[in-house]
Every structure is written in structure tokens, then in C-alpha cells.
Design a protein around this ligand. Structure first.
Ligand code: SF4
Length: 479
């Protein structure tokens, strides 16, 4: 029977650091207001924030098990018409290393995943205008026929908008057209829709860094369309560049509001309708990207003039900030390090009270910060990493195998459990047959660092150009 969903109440009269408020939030009795979320993100003592995020996580997921999945990132093409200035992965098509994988190469990658017990592929690519709808449908059919046990977690909202523009589906507006395309892809084998291309929703930021990427409304409507069909999706955020802190909180707020809408419209409880299953966020990786070449804030001149970070001057909790508020907006970079990552993740756990999985981003932060993240609100370690192409092109990422992933979870005080795409546990590794407990020689299982040297980044001139209507997809490393 369908359960009527009721969003938690906000208590805006309370101070963000009021222990009564934080206890209520941690135990699912109240909701943070955006103002309170921002206050926590900026001012809360790090370990206090972590403690409440951990409490909330334990309230939802218990004290014992933390999960991971065995899946593989497959980036089927790097040819892309978009110009995201944070991307070091894309090629125009005439470079020596531009590629579109053949079906047989793609099947081989899925076979390798299947051979190690994998259950999901995360398949995303650049916006390649040479690929037809039939190319995608044949690929999905081919994978499903050969590997019916592997969930195809594929594409992203910006890719869906690209499909709408390229394939001209029937329907009025983005939601109906997305439903038509999604139905075709699902009939061919697509299982779920990852949340790539979320970046930062606020229009002022989005139009600067994702030149031409679909806007926030389109991104959220595609996801709503997927939910209307009963599909499960995820949401993402990439921060630590030109955005202000309020932009991050606005982003979390929008995910929460649209999750409310899906749960209200399509059902919650024991047998819920489609909705977001997880939220994943990670800091921008600057190497080999045009965005990464911006001056870091504060420059000597900024210090002398006592200037605030331009992103904070522009950012508003309702997303209404405009670039006119600061002439330096989009011209200064504020990277996020480990503590910033932990703070942001902890606030996402507390703010987005209706999305139950928060993923640890060990892929970008490294395995050990990934472990710490398990005490800052994360309940899932994501996937073993067999290959990664997108973020590795813009900075170091890490590859590790199942035994190491289990060891990291166990060392953090949890029993590792392999899950499927829908966060249902497949195997709990409590006994001596666990992948990590069977290892005799750890030298065989060292974490590998990936860092792909790439061609020249986009010219700096692009950094100051405003939005275009071209469409952009982020082939993100995590979903
Ligand atoms: S992030 Fe994705 S859509 Fe953007 S330029 Fe890179 S490959 Fe293209």
C-alpha cells in the first residue's frame, strides 16, 4: 500500500548550532532550514558537525554495516561538442586520442567486470553528435543479452537533454520528451539513471563553468521524469571552484525539494515510487583544465583590498545571485581540501534528510579520507575502481580492489557488505571468507593512483564567456 509522505518540519527560529535542533535533525524529527545549513557549513566546529552527521547516518543505517558495490565506469566516447571548462576529458573528434569504443570493446569491459563478481556498469560519455538513437539501443540490447545480471546505470540528465535535441522525440516539454526517450532506453536495457552533470545548480555558476550545460530546471525535470516512470536515480554536486558556500546549500536544498516532490507524487514507504537513492559530492580536480588555471583566491591584490571571495558575494540561498554583484566573479578559484570536503559531506547528510545514501568520495579524496568520511555521514564507499577516465584527466584519482575496500570499511569499525544498484545487500562479509580476511600478502593489493596526462586545456578566453544554449553533459567519475 502506498504510504503518504510527509516532509519534516523546519524550525527556523532556532540557532543552527542549538543542540536541541541538531538532535532533532539527527533523529529525523526536524529539517534544517537553508540558513541553518549555511551556518553549519561555515561555522560549525568540524568534529561537532561530523558527530551529528554520523548520528544521522547511524539513525538511518544502524551501527554495523556499511556498503560498497562492484561496478565499472565505462566512458564509451570522449568526443564531445560541449565546452565545460572544468573538463580535461573531452576531445573535438580530430585529435589522435579521440575515441568511440566499438561494441565488442564495450562488451569486453563488461565481461571483465562480470568476471570479478560485478553487478553494475556506470556508462557515460561525451556528447557525440555522430551517435544515433539506434546506436544506443543496439548497445544496450547487446549488453543486456550478454550480461543480464549487470545493471546498466547509464547516461545523465544533460545527456538526456542532448538526446531530446538530437532525436526530436514526441511530447510537450522536457518531462514528456524525457519519458519517451527513457522508455526507449529502458526497453533496450537501461536500468537506472546516474546523477552526472549536477555540478552546481545556481545559474550564475552553472553558466560560467558548464558553458551550455543544461540548466538546473532541465536537470531536475529529467530526474522527475525518470521518477515518474518508477526509475531510481542519484544526485551529484561538484564544488570547490568559483561557487560560494550558499551555492552548495542551495544545491542541496533543490535536491531535497525535488525529492519531496517525487516522494509525494509517486509514493514513499515500503514500496516507493521512483526517487533519488543517493547523493554524491566531490571537490573539483583542477589539473589540465581551463578552470584550474584561474588565480587562486585570495591573490595578493585581493588581500590588500580586503576582498571577500567573489563566489560568496554572488551566492544566494535561493539561487538568485547574479554575476553583476562582483566583477571578479568567475575569475578566482577556491579549491576544497580534505576538511572542506568533510564539512560539505556532513552538511549534505544533515540537509538532504530525504535521500538516504550519502556516498564517500574516496576516488578523489583518497582511501584514507574516504574512511574518515564514513564518520562524517557517509554510509556507502561506492565502488571498487577498475578504470576511471574523466576525473583522472583532471587530477589524481585512486584505483583499489574489493579486498582493500573491505579492509578500509572494517578498519573504520564496520562490517563491509556488497550491495546492488538499489542498495540492497548481496553479501555481508563478517566471517573468515571475507575478501580482506583471506589476504595473506597485502603487497598484491596496493592502491593505485591514476593520473592521465591530457592535451592542452581550453583557452582562458572561454572562462569569461557567458552561457550558450549548447548542451553539455558531465561524464562524472561518480554518480
Ligand atoms: S564534462 Fe562531459 S560534457 Fe563536459 S566537456 Fe567534458 S566530456 Fe563534454
Amino acid at each position: 500500500m502506498r504510504t503518504i509522505y510527509t516532509p519534516l518540519p523546519e524550525l527556523p527560529h532556532l540557532d543552527a548550532r542549538d543542540p536541541g535542533l541538531l538532535d532533532a535533525v539527527a533523529h529525523g524529527a526536524a529539517r534544517l532550514s537553508p540558513e541553518q545549513g549555511l551556518d553549519l557549513l561555515i561555522h560549525s566546529p568540524l568534529h561537532e558537525l561530523g558527530r551529528y552527521a554520523d548520528l544521522r547516518c547511524r539513525d538511518l543505517h544502524g551501527d554495523t554495516i556499511r556498503t560498497y558495490i562492484i561496478d565499472r565506469n565505462i566512458n564509451y566516447t570522449n568526443i564531445c561538442t560541449a565546452k565545460c571548462i572544468f573538463c580535461a576529458f573531452k576531445r573535438k573528434g580530430d585529435e589522435h586520442d579521440a575515441y568511440t569504443l566499438e561494441y565488442e570493446e564495450l562488451y569486453q569491459k563488461v565481461q571483465e567486470l562480470s568476471d570479478i563478481g560485478g553487478t553494475q556498469i556506470l556508462m557515460q560519455g561525451g556528447m557525440n553528435p555522430n551517435l544515433s538513437l539506434d546506436w544506443y539501443l543496439e548497445l544496450l540490447n547487446g549488453i543486456r543479452e550478454r550480461f543480464p545480471h549487470v545493471n546498466i546505470h547509464s547516461f545523465s540528465p544533460p545527456e538526456m537533454i542532448e538526446f531530446i535535441n538530437f532525436f526530436g522525440p514526441p511530447g510537450k516539454g522536457i518531462i514528456e520528451q524525457s519519458q519517451w526517450v527513457l522508455n526507449k532506453l529502458r526497453e533496450a536495457g537501461m536500468g537506472s539513471l546516474p546523477g552526472g552533470g549536477g555540478e552546481i545548480f545556481a545559474p550564475a555558476v552553472r553558466s560560467k563553468i558548464g558553458m551550455g550545460k543544461c540548466d538546473m530546471e532541465a536537470w531536475l525535470q529529467v530526474m522527475y521524469a525518470a521518477h515518474s516512470l518508477g526509475m531510481f536515480t542519484s544526485a551529484s554536486m561538484m564544488y570547490g571552484h568559483i561557487e560560494g558556500y550558499a551555492d552548495r546549500v542551495h544545491h542541496m536544498r533543490m535536491v531535497r525539494e525535488w525529492q519531496d516532490k517525487s516522494l509525494l507524487d509517486f509514493g514513499a514507504g515500503e514500496e516507493p515510487g521512483g526517487h533519488y537513492l543517493g547523493f554524491h559530492s566531490w571537490p573539483f580536480q583542477p589539473d589540465n583544465t581551463a578552470l584550474g588555471r584561474l588565480p587562486h583566491w585570495p591573490t595578493e591584490d585581493d588581500k590588500l583590498a580586503g576582498l571577500d571571495f567573489p563566489g560568496d558575494v554572488v551566492a544566494q540561498l535561493d539561487g538568485s545571485g547574479t554575476k553583476e554583484l562582483d566583477s571578479n566573479f568567475g575569475r578566482r578559484l577556491r579549491l576544497a581540501g580534505s576538511t572542506e570536503y568533510l564539512r560539505t559531506q556532513a552538511v549534505s547528510r544533515l540537509m538532504i534528510d530525504n535521500v538516504y545514501t550519502i556516498g564517500s568520495s574516496w576516488v578523489t579524496m583518497g582511501p584514507h579520507i574516504g574512511q574518515v568520511a564514513l564518520k562524517f555521514g557517509a554510509n556507502d564507499m561506492g565502488s571498487v575502481m577498475m578504470e576511471e577516465n574523466v576525473v583522472s584527466s583532471a587530477g589524481t584519482t585512486y584505483c583499489l580492489d574489493e579486498a582493500v575496500l573491505c579492509r578500509l570499511l572494517r578498519e573504520s569499525g564496520f562490517v563491509p557488505a556488497q550491495r546492488d544498484s538499489f542498495y540492497d545487500v548481496i553479501k555481508t562479509h563478517a566471517g573468515p571468507e571475507s575478501p580482506d580476511l583471506m589476504v595473506k600478502d597485502w603487497s598484491e593489493h596496493r592502491t593505485k593512483r591514476l593520473h592521465i596526462e591530457t592535451a592542452e586545456p581550453a583557452p582562458m578566453a572561454e572562462l569569461t564567456v557567458g552561457a550558450t544554449d549548447a548542451l553539455v553533459v558531465n561524464a562524472g567519475a561518480e554518480d
